[in-house]
Design a protein around this ligand. Structure first.
Ligand SMILES: NC(=O)c1ccc[n+]([C@@H]2O[C@H](COP(=O)([O-])OP(=O)(O)OC[C@H]3O[C@@H](n4cnc5c(N)ncnc54)[C@H](OP(=O)(O)O)[C@@H]3O)[C@@H](O)[C@H]2O)c1
Length: 282
């Protein structure tokens, strides 16, 4: 049961993390308000107070009766944090990124670090009870493999032996729900990852098991990968960020993190994630 009395405002409610978060909050009995640019297609659960708007055009009264807000780090989130603080929302929970922790040389000045650090800074300047969630790489990033898996039975890419610990979006949501529902937790920063580091080749095999197919990982060079990404319009800062991450995690796999916000529950494995997303790959 929830210990909150007001409602919980969820931004990014229609996203991968946000949908799990809304469901989790509703299960806990919380009253939820969701901000979306497209209420007509939002498809949020009955009982959720869906309001139209975005960070650049907040609807008036959006913070009325709000006890806690989940901040999705879209462009404009810095202004949203300031508006929430001005409206004296007591508790703010931010979806940030492990890149903001500056644990690795590669993070300094990366696209992700610069973006998330600016929002974190705005949040820390507030007097709200704030919690920052810093997940590492999302398992959902593997959805970019789906077309290739479907049509060619495998993927190609660089650094097949690099090892990451992808996190299930539902675990990010579970941690966010815990922070939103528990008053008095201010000033906490939680690094989060999945429960084990797996090589990119192993990650592909896990997806193969979930869909009952043997999948092939064909190694290509970083230059070939960069050229292919540019064709899809991916910017150089993102390409550099990915290549730096994969090349670093060949010799130094992702360190696994846990957070007490998961209330002692083990975080979901990549196998669970792959089963949950089997339809995306089949
Ligand atoms: N990928 C990773 O490895 C990784 C790692 C660490 C952190 N992260 C963070 O996690 C985020 C991805 O989370 P996700 O997968 O849940 O995202 P997602 O599925 O792409 O959802 C995006 C959400 O953002 C909302 N949104 C977009 N622009 C907005 C605006 N201007 N104002 C208000 N809301 C806006 C959308 O709402 P409507 O369309 O309904 O308006 C939608 O709900 C990344 O952007 C990154 O910051 C990612």
């Amino acid at each position: 049961m929830t210990t909150t009395t007001g409602s919980i405002l969820v931004t990014g409610a229609t996203g991968h993390v946000g949908r799990h978060l809304v469901a989790e909050l509703r299960r806990a009995g919380a009253s939820v308000r969701a901000l979306t640019r497209r209420p007509d297609v939002a498809d949020l659960p009955t009982g959720v107070d869906v309001v139209e708007g975005d960070f650049d055009s907040l609807p008036s009264g959006v913070f009325d009766g709000v006890e806690a807000a989940f901040i999705f780090p879209a462009d404009g989130a810095v202004e949203f944090v300031k508006a929430a603080a001005a409206a004296q929302v007591p508790r703010l929970v931010l979806l940030s990124s492990l890149a903001a922790a500056l644990e690795h040389e590669r993070d300094h000045g990366s696209a992700s670090q610069l973006h998330h650090a600016a929002i974190e800074e705005a949040l820390r300047a507030t007097e709200a009870e704030w919690t920052i969630l810093r997940p590492g790489t999302f398992a959902n990033n593997l959805l970019s493999w789906a077309p290739s898996i479907r049509y060619t039975g495998g993927v190609s890419g660089p650094y097949p032996t690099s090892a990451q610990a992808p996190i299930h979006e539902a675990d990010v949501a579970a941690a966010a729900a815990a922070a939103l529902l528990q008053p008095g937790r201010g000033g906490e920063i939680h690094a989060m990852t999945g429960p084990e580091a797996l090589t990119r080749r192993e990650q592909l095999a896990v997806i193969g098991t979930a869909i009952g197919r043997e999948l092939t990982f064909t190694e290509n060079s970083p230059e070939e990968f960069a050229a292919e990404m540019r064709q899809y319009g991916v910017g150089d800062s993102i390409i550099t960020m990915l290549l730096d991450y994969w090349s670093d995690t060949v010799d130094q796999p992702d360190a696994v993190r846990r957070t007490e916000l998961l209330n002692g529950r083990a975080s979901r494995t990549l196998a669970e994630w792959a089963r949950d997303h089997a339809a995306d790959f089949a």
